[in-house]
Write a protein that binds this ligand. Structure first.
Ligand code: E4P
Length: 228
Protein backbone atom coordinates (compact mmCIF):
# COMPACT_ATOMS: atom_id res chain seq x y z
CA UNK A 1 0.00 0.00 0.00
CA UNK A 2 1.32 3.42 -0.91
CA UNK A 3 1.62 6.28 1.57
CA UNK A 4 0.78 9.79 0.38
CA UNK A 5 1.30 12.82 2.59
CA UNK A 6 -1.78 14.98 3.02
CA UNK A 7 -0.10 18.37 3.27
CA UNK A 8 1.04 21.41 1.32
CA UNK A 9 3.73 22.34 3.83
CA UNK A 10 7.15 21.98 2.20
CA UNK A 11 8.96 21.23 5.46
CA UNK A 12 6.58 18.31 6.12
CA UNK A 13 6.80 16.98 2.55
CA UNK A 14 10.59 17.15 2.59
CA UNK A 15 10.85 15.56 6.05
CA UNK A 16 8.48 12.67 5.23
CA UNK A 17 10.16 12.01 1.87
CA UNK A 18 13.68 12.05 3.31
CA UNK A 19 13.00 10.08 6.51
CA UNK A 20 10.41 7.30 6.24
CA UNK A 21 9.56 7.72 2.55
CA UNK A 22 6.31 8.73 0.86
CA UNK A 23 4.98 7.87 -2.58
CA UNK A 24 3.08 11.06 -3.35
CA UNK A 25 1.25 14.06 -1.91
CA UNK A 26 -2.36 15.17 -1.69
CA UNK A 27 -3.41 18.74 -1.11
CA UNK A 28 -6.71 20.51 -0.73
CA UNK A 29 -7.69 24.16 -0.17
CA UNK A 30 -7.41 23.67 3.60
CA UNK A 31 -3.85 22.35 3.35
CA UNK A 32 -2.88 25.22 1.05
CA UNK A 33 -4.30 27.70 3.57
CA UNK A 34 -2.31 26.00 6.37
CA UNK A 35 0.90 26.28 4.30
CA UNK A 36 0.55 30.05 4.69
CA UNK A 37 1.24 30.60 0.98
CA UNK A 38 -0.94 31.74 -1.92
CA UNK A 39 -2.35 28.79 -3.86
CA UNK A 40 -0.12 29.04 -6.94
CA UNK A 41 3.04 29.59 -4.88
CA UNK A 42 2.28 26.53 -2.74
CA UNK A 43 1.76 24.18 -5.68
CA UNK A 44 4.72 25.60 -7.65
CA UNK A 45 6.93 24.95 -4.60
CA UNK A 46 5.83 21.30 -4.65
CA UNK A 47 6.58 21.17 -8.40
CA UNK A 48 10.08 22.56 -7.70
CA UNK A 49 10.63 19.85 -5.05
CA UNK A 50 9.67 17.20 -7.62
CA UNK A 51 12.31 18.52 -10.02
CA UNK A 52 14.92 18.79 -7.28
CA UNK A 53 14.41 15.14 -6.30
CA UNK A 54 14.31 13.89 -9.92
CA UNK A 55 10.74 12.72 -9.50
CA UNK A 56 9.28 14.23 -12.67
CA UNK A 57 6.76 11.79 -14.18
CA UNK A 58 3.22 11.10 -13.05
CA UNK A 59 3.88 7.50 -12.01
CA UNK A 60 6.92 8.43 -9.92
CA UNK A 61 5.33 10.78 -7.42
CA UNK A 62 1.73 11.90 -8.04
CA UNK A 63 0.58 15.11 -6.40
CA UNK A 64 -3.13 15.90 -6.15
CA UNK A 65 -4.08 19.53 -6.59
CA UNK A 66 -7.69 20.62 -6.20
CA UNK A 67 -9.65 22.93 -8.49
CA UNK A 68 -11.03 26.13 -7.01
CA UNK A 69 -13.98 24.97 -4.85
CA UNK A 70 -16.09 27.93 -5.99
CA UNK A 71 -16.27 26.42 -9.47
CA UNK A 72 -19.39 24.33 -10.01
CA UNK A 73 -19.62 24.11 -13.84
CA UNK A 74 -17.80 21.44 -15.84
CA UNK A 75 -16.48 23.93 -18.44
CA UNK A 76 -14.88 26.08 -15.77
CA UNK A 77 -13.44 23.05 -13.95
CA UNK A 78 -11.84 21.84 -17.18
CA UNK A 79 -10.37 25.28 -17.89
CA UNK A 80 -8.91 25.54 -14.39
CA UNK A 81 -7.64 21.94 -14.42
CA UNK A 82 -5.83 22.41 -17.75
CA UNK A 83 -4.05 25.42 -16.28
CA UNK A 84 -3.01 23.48 -13.15
CA UNK A 85 -1.94 20.36 -15.04
CA UNK A 86 0.32 22.55 -17.21
CA UNK A 87 2.40 23.45 -14.15
CA UNK A 88 3.72 19.95 -13.49
CA UNK A 89 3.21 16.56 -15.19
CA UNK A 90 2.94 14.92 -11.74
CA UNK A 91 -0.26 16.78 -10.91
CA UNK A 92 -3.52 14.84 -10.68
CA UNK A 93 -6.41 17.24 -10.62
CA UNK A 94 -8.84 16.84 -7.75
CA UNK A 95 -12.42 17.25 -8.82
CA UNK A 96 -15.39 17.04 -6.42
CA UNK A 97 -17.73 14.08 -6.79
CA UNK A 98 -20.66 15.94 -8.36
CA UNK A 99 -22.37 15.47 -11.70
CA UNK A 100 -20.42 18.41 -13.15
CA UNK A 101 -17.25 17.01 -11.58
CA UNK A 102 -17.68 13.61 -13.24
CA UNK A 103 -18.31 15.31 -16.60
CA UNK A 104 -15.21 17.50 -16.18
CA UNK A 105 -13.06 14.53 -15.16
CA UNK A 106 -14.18 12.54 -18.21
CA UNK A 107 -13.16 15.39 -20.49
CA UNK A 108 -9.85 15.84 -18.68
CA UNK A 109 -8.97 12.13 -18.81
CA UNK A 110 -9.74 12.21 -22.56
CA UNK A 111 -7.11 14.95 -22.77
CA UNK A 112 -4.73 12.65 -20.77
CA UNK A 113 -4.97 14.88 -17.71
CA UNK A 114 -5.18 12.55 -14.73
CA UNK A 115 -7.91 13.17 -12.18
CA UNK A 116 -8.69 12.35 -8.56
CA UNK A 117 -12.39 12.37 -7.72
CA UNK A 118 -12.54 13.69 -4.19
CA UNK A 119 -15.09 14.18 -1.41
CA UNK A 120 -16.40 10.63 -1.87
CA UNK A 121 -18.45 9.40 1.07
CA UNK A 122 -20.24 6.32 -0.26
CA UNK A 123 -19.42 3.22 -2.30
CA UNK A 124 -22.02 4.36 -4.85
CA UNK A 125 -20.03 7.55 -5.45
CA UNK A 126 -16.87 5.48 -6.03
CA UNK A 127 -18.29 3.51 -8.98
CA UNK A 128 -18.46 6.11 -11.78
CA UNK A 129 -14.87 7.31 -11.35
CA UNK A 130 -13.70 3.71 -11.87
CA UNK A 131 -16.18 2.90 -14.62
CA UNK A 132 -14.79 5.91 -16.50
CA UNK A 133 -11.19 4.87 -15.86
CA UNK A 134 -10.08 7.91 -13.85
CA UNK A 135 -6.68 7.73 -12.16
CA UNK A 136 -7.79 8.06 -8.52
CA UNK A 137 -10.84 8.04 -6.29
CA UNK A 138 -10.67 9.44 -2.75
CA UNK A 139 -13.12 7.95 -0.26
CA UNK A 140 -12.88 9.96 2.96
CA UNK A 141 -12.52 7.98 6.17
CA UNK A 142 -11.81 10.39 9.02
CA UNK A 143 -14.80 12.65 8.47
CA UNK A 144 -17.16 9.68 8.60
CA UNK A 145 -15.55 7.99 11.59
CA UNK A 146 -15.60 11.32 13.46
CA UNK A 147 -19.38 10.99 13.08
CA UNK A 148 -19.42 7.52 14.60
CA UNK A 149 -19.37 5.47 11.37
CA UNK A 150 -17.08 2.46 11.12
CA UNK A 151 -15.45 2.67 7.69
CA UNK A 152 -14.09 -0.86 7.32
CA UNK A 153 -17.15 -2.11 5.43
CA UNK A 154 -17.24 1.03 3.28
CA UNK A 155 -13.64 0.57 2.04
CA UNK A 156 -14.06 -3.18 1.62
CA UNK A 157 -17.23 -2.60 -0.44
CA UNK A 158 -15.33 -0.29 -2.81
CA UNK A 159 -12.47 -2.81 -3.12
CA UNK A 160 -14.92 -5.68 -3.76
CA UNK A 161 -16.86 -3.71 -6.37
CA UNK A 162 -13.62 -2.78 -8.14
CA UNK A 163 -12.53 -6.44 -8.11
CA UNK A 164 -15.92 -7.59 -9.44
CA UNK A 165 -15.61 -5.38 -12.51
CA UNK A 166 -11.87 -5.30 -13.22
CA UNK A 167 -11.39 -1.73 -11.96
CA UNK A 168 -9.09 -2.77 -9.11
CA UNK A 169 -5.58 -1.40 -9.58
CA UNK A 170 -6.68 0.70 -12.55
CA UNK A 171 -8.51 3.44 -10.70
CA UNK A 172 -6.46 3.66 -7.53
CA UNK A 173 -8.31 3.94 -4.23
CA UNK A 174 -6.81 6.68 -2.05
CA UNK A 175 -8.28 6.38 1.43
CA UNK A 176 -8.32 10.01 2.50
CA UNK A 177 -8.54 11.97 5.71
CA UNK A 178 -6.89 9.08 7.55
CA UNK A 179 -6.49 10.18 11.15
CA UNK A 180 -5.11 7.20 13.09
CA UNK A 181 -2.72 4.24 12.70
CA UNK A 182 -5.72 1.93 13.16
CA UNK A 183 -7.39 3.50 10.12
CA UNK A 184 -4.18 2.86 8.12
CA UNK A 185 -4.44 -0.80 9.10
CA UNK A 186 -8.16 -0.93 8.26
CA UNK A 187 -7.41 0.44 4.77
CA UNK A 188 -4.56 -2.03 4.26
CA UNK A 189 -6.67 -5.01 5.38
CA UNK A 190 -9.47 -3.93 3.04
CA UNK A 191 -7.02 -3.74 0.12
CA UNK A 192 -6.88 0.03 -0.54
CA UNK A 193 -4.13 1.04 -2.96
CA UNK A 194 -3.10 4.18 -1.07
CA UNK A 195 -3.68 5.99 2.20
CA UNK A 196 -3.20 9.71 2.60
CA UNK A 197 -2.64 11.15 6.05
CA UNK A 198 -0.91 13.98 7.86
CA UNK A 199 2.67 13.67 9.10
CA UNK A 200 1.66 13.10 12.75
CA UNK A 201 -0.45 10.04 11.81
CA UNK A 202 2.52 8.34 10.12
CA UNK A 203 4.76 9.30 13.05
CA UNK A 204 2.24 7.77 15.48
CA UNK A 205 2.14 4.61 13.37
CA UNK A 206 5.84 4.01 14.09
CA UNK A 207 5.32 4.13 17.86
CA UNK A 208 4.24 1.54 20.41
CA UNK A 209 4.58 1.73 24.21
CA UNK A 210 6.13 -1.77 24.28
CA UNK A 211 8.80 -0.63 21.81
CA UNK A 212 9.75 2.19 24.17
CA UNK A 213 9.60 -0.15 27.16
CA UNK A 214 11.73 -2.70 25.30
CA UNK A 215 14.39 -0.11 24.52
CA UNK A 216 14.50 0.87 28.22
CA UNK A 217 14.80 -2.80 29.25
CA UNK A 218 17.63 -3.37 26.81
CA UNK A 219 19.43 -0.18 27.88
CA UNK A 220 19.24 -1.39 31.46
CA UNK A 221 20.56 -4.82 30.49
CA UNK A 222 23.35 -3.25 28.43
CA UNK A 223 24.39 -1.06 31.33
CA UNK A 224 24.50 -4.03 33.71
CA UNK A 225 26.56 -6.21 31.41
CA UNK A 226 30.12 -6.51 32.55
CA UNK A 227 32.65 -5.19 30.11
CA UNK A 228 30.25 -2.87 28.23
C1 E4P B 1 -7.44 13.97 0.56
O1 E4P B 1 -7.05 13.93 -0.57
C2 E4P B 1 -7.82 15.16 1.29
O2 E4P B 1 -6.88 16.19 1.02
C3 E4P B 1 -7.86 15.00 2.76
O3 E4P B 1 -7.62 13.73 3.19
C4 E4P B 1 -9.04 15.65 3.33
O4 E4P B 1 -9.03 15.56 4.68
P1 E4P B 1 -8.63 16.63 5.71
O5 E4P B 1 -8.21 17.90 5.03
O6 E4P B 1 -9.82 16.82 6.55
O7 E4P B 1 -7.49 16.01 6.44
Amino acid sequence: MKYFLDSAKMDEIRYAYDTFGIDGVTTNPKHIMLSGKPFLTAIKDIAAFIEEKNLVGFEKFPVSVEVNPHITEADEMVKEAVKLAGICPNFAIKIPCTEAGIEAARRLEDMTIRTNVTLVFSAAQAILPAKNGFAFVSPFIGWKEANGEDCRRYIKDIVDIYKNYGYYGKTQIICAAVRTPKQIVDCAVAGADIVTAGLAVYQDSMKHPYTRQGIETFIDAWDHTEGN
